[in-house]
Write a protein that binds this ligand. Structure first.
Ligand code: 17E
Ligand code: FE2
Length: 417
């Protein structure tokens, strides 16, 4: 594509004409009139729809995707049974199996406007087949989709026998991000030691950090404060992400108030997976049942970077999911009570700009002159209208190349009224 005409941009009223040369945005100009150019090679008429930076999936477990029910279903709906069921599926993993499922899942993501993905790969498997295969796929597809691989010790970095050596091997193989799961280590002491180890490894190998942190309703699970404090003292906050942090839902407000000062000072990023957490958390409650989703609204209001991910697509933890981040966003706005006008008019940031910041890809992300010409076209005029109608992704362009185009579905019956 050489040119996009009659496009709307987020936060702006006017139509825009956007030129692309050699895969980069070279000009972005306000149009004073609707342009009626003859459709010729390389010109795409956005017809007043919203051009937006591509969606980013900042948290998904691709190694487990599409394995729900194999060999057994998660009947309790808890995180812990999910881990157990996955433990039964893990010995059945092989490269072909992983490749088949990962390609199918990536296809779903691309069809729905995603161009950047951060995936977790379980390291608590002596074969490390998930890490190896996901790193290989990342490299093979690097011109088609941007993938970051997190080395994620599902059964515990320090509690799983050999877990630390496997993590180191995963980093040597080339995982981009160091992961962790302190709330699932056998003891608080091991959880704390794991957080310190994660920081040490990230520094030694020069990697990012993304920790499954306090994914529980246990209000006493407070590894977040340690992660944030270590990130602050080591001046690496912008490279650190705390995922889930569902225990924060249950923290005492007085504690949270003190905690937020540290979170803000640390500059760390947050990922919430609202569909996953509303399903997995609250499972030990009777009534009233906690929502178990982290404080997205308050984090956002405090100027702390927070974004949304799907976590799962049809896996032992969550047996729905379809690659549609607009659905995840819809859930988040409801569950977190972000239903004000201002929330709606900036909502897409939670699945675009904020996620790009989490992935540390801001230098190549966004509709700006000089940056790679990557964007999506959404069926709507602004954040609010896209949300209201759950507008489809009509087009996905990566560095000037069209990678997906969709014909919107049409109602074909006559007028009813
Ligand atoms: N593993 C985990 O610890 N938590 C999750 N939400 C998923 C996998 C999906
Ligand atoms: Fe996760």
């Amino acid at each position: 594509m050489k040119e996009l005409i009659n496009a709307r941009l987020r936060g702006k009223k006017e139509l825009h004409r956007i030129k692309i040369i050699n895969g980069k945005f070279t000009s972005i100009d306000v149009q004073h009139d609707y342009l009626d150019l003859p459709q010729h090679d390389g010109v795409f008429d956005a017809k007043g729809k919203l051009a937006c930076a591509p969606f980013v999936e900042p948290h998904i477990h691709l190694d487990a995707a599409l394995t729900a029910g194999e060999p057994n279903w998660n009947n309790s709906g808890t995180l812990f049974e999910g881990i157990e069921r996955w433990g039964e599926r893990k010995p059945m993993l092989n490269e072909e199996d992983i490749r088949n499922r990962v390609y199918q899942t990536l296809e779903l993501l691309v069809e729905n406007g995603v161009q950047h993905v951060r995936t977790h790969a379980d390291t608590t498997d002596p074969s490390l087949i998930g890490v190896k295969t996901l790193c290989a796929i990342r490299d093979e597809l690097k011109d088609k989709i941007n993938i970051q691989v997190v080395a994620f010790p599902q059964d515990g970095l320090l509690s799983y026998e050999g877990g630390l050596d496997l993590m180191i091997e995963a980093l040597e193989i080339g995982a981009d991000v160091v992961g962790g799961i302190p709330h699932f280590e056998y003891t608080r002491e091991l959880g704390e030691a794991s957080v310190k180890k994660i920081i040490e490894l990230a520094q030694k190998y020069d990697r990012l950090i993304d920790v499954h942190c306090d994914e529980t309703d246990d209000a006493n699970s407070r590894f977040l404060e340690l992660l944030a404090c270590e990130a602050l003292f080591n001046k690496m906050g912008h490279r650190v992400t705390a995922s889930h942090t569902t225990a924060m839902h249950s923290y005492d407000n007085a504690y949270c108030s003190k905690l937020f000062r540290l979170l803000k000072n640390s500059g760390i990023n947050f990922v919430s997976c609202p569909t996953e957490s509303i399903h997995l958390q609250g499972r030990f409650d009777t009534y009233p049942k906690r929502r178990g989703v982290t404080r997205v609204k308050e984090l956002n209001a405090a100027g702390i970077n927070v974004c949304l991910g799907e976590d799962s697509i049809f896996d032992p933890w969550y047996s729905l999911g379809n690659g549609k981040l607009l659905r995840t966003l819809d859930f988040a706005l409801h569950i977190c009570q972000m239903m004000g006008y201002q929330d709606f008019s900036t909502a897409l940031s939670l699945i675009t700009d904020n996620s790009a910041k989490t992935l540390c890809i801001e230098d190549v992300y966004g509709i700006e002159v000089g940056k790679p010409a990557s964007f999506i076209l959404l069926d709507g005029e602004d954040d609010y209208s896209v949300l209201r109608k759950q507008g489809e992704v009509l087009l996905s362009v990566k560095e000037g190349q069209t990678i997906m185009q969709r014909e919107p579905a049409k109602v074909v019956t006559g007028k009813y009224f």
